[in-house]
Design a protein around this ligand. Structure first.
Ligand code: CMP
Length: 142
């Protein structure tokens, strides 16, 4: 198994509902270590840049408004097959489609307020981690 890193964002809905601990426990229980973390309220510019890949999608404005609506918990997770593992822990983007027992099935209320973001590929993970953290801010225990 390849050790990988992935970026996780616990979104404003889950932070507001006091689910930082419950969600992080799921990461750790599955073998994903938190190797960097910070809590921030994103600026509009940060959100637009972070989600630039979606800039032509009809939901873009709502997406950036929501991610800026309150503080988020940003984490780098490291562990075996971290990118896919995190995506399976999160469940489908739309919580109505998310498998039982996944983070989105348990903590999300809609496709917009869907509790967590996770990188979707090796390349995206690299870019998203570098967007928020330097290598010196990542404390690998691999
Ligand atoms: P996230 O994994 O953060 O990536 C982009 C976000 O856009 C996604 O989670 C959803 O919260 C949001 N979104 C809203 N509508 C859609 C849609 N139709 N398809 C994909 N993502 C959507």
């Amino acid at each position: 198994m390849t050790t990988q890193r992935t970026l996780s964002i616990i979104k404003p809905d889950a932070v507001k509902n006091d689910k930082i601990g419950a969600i992080t426990m799921r990461f750790e229980a599955a073998g994903l270590r938190v190797i960097a973390a910070k809590m921030e309220k994103l600026t509009l510019k940060q959100a637009q840049d972070f989600y630039a890949v979606h800039k032509d999608r009809p939901f873009f404005n709502d997406l950036v408004a929501f991610i800026c609506s309150g503080p988020v918990m940003i984490q780098v997770l490291e562990g075996p097959n971290a990118i896919l593992l995190n995506r399976s822990l999160m469940g489908a983007t739309d919580p109505k489609q998310a498998a039982a027992g996944t983070i989105r099935a348990d903590f999300a209320e809609s496709i917009d307020k869907n509790a967590v973001h996770g990188s979707d590929s090796i390349e995206t993970a690299k870019q998203e981690i570098a967007f928020f953290f330097t290598e010196a801010q990542c404390f690998s225990r691999a």
